[in-house]
Design a protein around this ligand. Structure first.
Ligand SMILES: [Zn+2]
Length: 256
């Protein structure tokens, strides 16, 4: 029983936290809890994603299904997801999934009238709810493609081509479809606890110690300039979890 309560009362220490990234230490537990957390983050945290697309006009080179699939993968801001209803549980629309409680409507209209190719991006999507909009990654990931001024490319149009559609975004979880997964990736690793055999280490010459320290692919150890003893750079702990919030599923949608 003691072991059980130990595993169920882990301690969390945030090491790094950004809008799209978190790194933390999980202590006083075992790998099963870390893995459970990882799986919940990937598959069971609800988000909002485009789930139904009605295409009115499409004279682009991509077929309707292709465009609908790309729209589904566009990350949307999902702060509202917790208060929104799942379409299947919505009694306001009898599970139709098109009412204000369980859906958000988007419109997209684009016509190319120039000789130059026109990019239709997620910035061209017009949302019926200002709290649910495509994630703008232009500031944080400007290096992905600085030339297109932000937005995820959905389709490219040449002169005379047109796309006009209506899309419905709904609440869902990653277990149903990966487009609802809030994380691009979630990984965890044990941090090793390394003990140096001091007696053996002292028997080495300074040159040998330097060689030993440099043999580590990442700088983990250092030699104290005064005492010439080998020590850790920093104290390391037990288990670490990393999660990368979805928002940046953009690699899926990056223009190739
Ligand atoms: Zn509804």
């Amino acid at each position: 029983m003691e072991g059980q309560s130990y595993a169920r009362m882990p301690r969390v220490k945030i090491r790094e936290l950004r809008d799209d990234y978190a790194r933390f230490e999980l202590r006083d537990t075992d790998a099963s809890i870390a893995n459970a957390l990882r799986r919940v983050m990937i598959a069971e945290v609800p988000t909002i994603a485009i789930d139904l697309v009605e295409i009115e006009v499409n004279s682009s080179v991509l077929n309707d299904e292709f465009i609908a699939h790309r729209l589904g993968l566009i990350p949307l801001t999902s702060d509202r997801a917790m208060s929104m209803r799942f379409s299947r549980d919505c009694d306001a629309c009898d599970g139709d999934g098109q009412c204000e409680f369980c859906s958000v409507e988007f419109h997209l209209m684009a016509v190319c009238r120039n000789d130059e190719t026109q990019d239709v991006t997620s910035s061209d999507l017009i949302s019926s709810d200002h709290t649910v909009v495509p994630v703008d990654y232009s500031e944080s990931a400007a290096s992905i493609d600085a030339s297109d001024g932000g937005g995820i490319t959905i389709v490219k149009l040449r002169k005379g081509q047109e796309v006009k559609l209506r899309a419905i975004a709904r609440k869902g979880i990653g277990k149903d479809h990966a487009k609802w997964s809030p994380a691009a990736t979630v990984t965890f690793m044990y941090e090793p606890e390394i003990h140096i055999n001091e007696d053996l280490m002292e028997s080495l010459t300074l040159e040998e110690k330097k060689e030993w320290v440099e043999s580590s692919p990442t700088p983990v150890f250092e030699i104290d300039q005064v005492t010439q003893q080998v020590g850790h750079f920093s104290l390391i702990s037990l288990v670490m979890l990393e999660l990368l919030l979805s928002i940046y599923l953009t690699y899926v949608l990056c223009d190739s």
